[in-house]
Design a protein around this ligand. Structure first.
Ligand SMILES: Nc1ncnc2c1ncn2[C@@H]1O[C@H](COP(=O)(O)OP(=O)(O)OP(=O)(O)O)[C@@H](O)[C@H]1O
Ligand SMILES: [Mg+2]
Length: 400
């Protein structure tokens, strides 16, 4: 049921362009990637879109990164396991969310993905084992800049053509900056292939061993990176790593180019997730421009945790009115409760006004290119099936 689609419907109000709605994306695309700055709701959006697609009959694989404990529990997945896990449909049916398709969840495991890659690209099993057991490798495979993002992409490449799934939802790691995700392959190759690394390789190859003297004169970058590794055998570990990485370099480079190509395919869509804060919105827009520059397909712009005005936004709640309402219900609250409710109400009106203002300021630009979907701030974290289905419904219906 793999489908590759071209944008078709739903012209924006300006009528300038046409694009697919989020509902069309989850029913037609093969891969959807949620990207955005740290904490904006990437994991929640990926999980909710997975639910929406499974409700629409698709067989979905949700590749998630470190979901909140309660969210993982409600899907029945073990947070520490990297195995694919078929989510029990009866859990959804019991929560009034029947799935006509299926939902499989998998946690991304950076180290394991890196290890699999090493095993695949090493020229022999012995070489792979020596690299996998190298202390510096063990450090590097989790700590090198961009590794987590790159390995998320690697996992995507590995499962992309798996016939058991119609749609793959890829959650991305928490980055300070959403752009870090796109740049990850280059950053990782740059780090592996940096001048300092090259220097080490040359030094090692010319003498057959590393001398302390040479290390002392070497670029401080590498020493800083590995400086945190303590314990004996440092030089041996470094020499071993350099030899093994050299063995792999060609493989990694080709691989990074291939991963980049996968991310530019027509059957992939990026869902940009942002909070209503101006910096977050700007960053998402900038990301969208970068995607456009690279002719990479953008899917939708989700403004998550949008604060709505209170039901009685127009009539300011006076402390007197609040006090009267409290008394009328026979509640026993502090004397200043009325005043505090009035303040809280006024704050909520202001916050909602600010969110609306900031979002409006970027919407026009974004709306000409992709759907902009506002998901409101819910009263609690999105940690159970019912709330996930609620977010899914909001995303499918175009938001508030
Ligand atoms: N619309 C919403 N209303 C209320 N809570 C929300 C909403 N969206 C997300 N949350 C909550 O916000 C928290 C952060 O969300 P989430 O984990 O999806 O963000 P993230 O972008 O994946 O974060 P990270 O960058 O750390 O991976 C979670 O506790 C989630 O339940
Ligand atoms: Mg996350």
């Amino acid at each position: 049921m793999t489908t590759t689609s071209t944008p078709t419907t739903t012209a924006p109000s300006s009528g300038a362009q046409s694009y697919e709605t989020l509902e069309e994306l989850v029913t037609k695309r093969r891969v959807i990637v949620t990207v955005g700055a740290g904490g904006v709701g990437k994991t929640t959006t990926a999980a909710a879109l997975s639910v929406a697609a499974a409700q629409r009959g698709r067989r979905v694989l949700c590749l998630t990164i470190d979901p909140a404990k309660r969210l993982a529990e409600s899907l029945g997945i073990e947070r520490m396991s990297a195995e694919a896990h078929d989510v029990d449909p009866s859990r959804f049916a019991a929560a009034g969310v029947p799935l006509t398709g299926s939902l499989t969840a998998m946690m991304l495991d950076t180290k394991r993905t890196f290890d699999e890659l090493v095993a695949k690209y090493s020229s022999s099993k012995a070489k792979a084992d020596s690299l996998l057991n190298n202390k510096l490798y063990q450090y590097m495979s989790t700590s090198l800049a961009g590794t987590q993002e790159y390995m998320a992409m690697e996992k995507l490449v590995a499962v992309k053509d798996d016939p058991r799934y119609d749609l793959i939802l890829l959650d991305t790691p928490p980055t300070a900056n959403a752009l870090d995700f796109l740049d990850a392959p280059e950053r990782m190759i740059d780090a592996l292939d940096s001048a300092a690394m090259k220097w080490f390789i040359e030094a090692f190859q010319s003498t057959g061993k590393l001398s302390l003297n040479l290390i002392a004169r070497s670029a401080s970058v590498v020493l800083k990176t590995v400086g945190r590794i303590t314990g004996g055998g440092f030089l041996e570990a470094m020499a071993g790593l350099i030899t093994e990485l050299n063995d792999l370099f060609g493989g990694f480079k080709q691989r990074a180019a291939m991963v980049q190509k996968t991310l530019r395919g027509p059957d992939i869509a990026f869902v940009l997730v942002a909070s209503p804060a101006p910096t977050s919105l700007k960053e998402a827009l900038y990301f969208s421009e970068r995607l456009e520059e690279h002719a990479m397909p953008r899917g939708a712009f989700v403004v998550n945790r949008f604060r709505l005005p209170p039901a009685f936004a127009d009539d300011a709640v006076s402390s007197m009115a609040a006090k009267a309402a409290i008394d009328a219900r026979g509640l026993k609250l502090d004397d200043d409760a009325g005043e505090r409710i009035a303040h809280a109400h006024a704050d909520q009106v202001k916050l909602a006004t600010l969110d609306a203002f900031f979002v409006r300021s970027v919407s026009e630009h974004a709306r000409a290119r992709m759907p902009v979907v506002r998901v409101p701030e819910l009263a609690s974290d999105v940690h159970d099936i019912r709330l996930l289905a609620k977010v899914a419904e909001l995303l499918m219906s175009g938001g508030v």
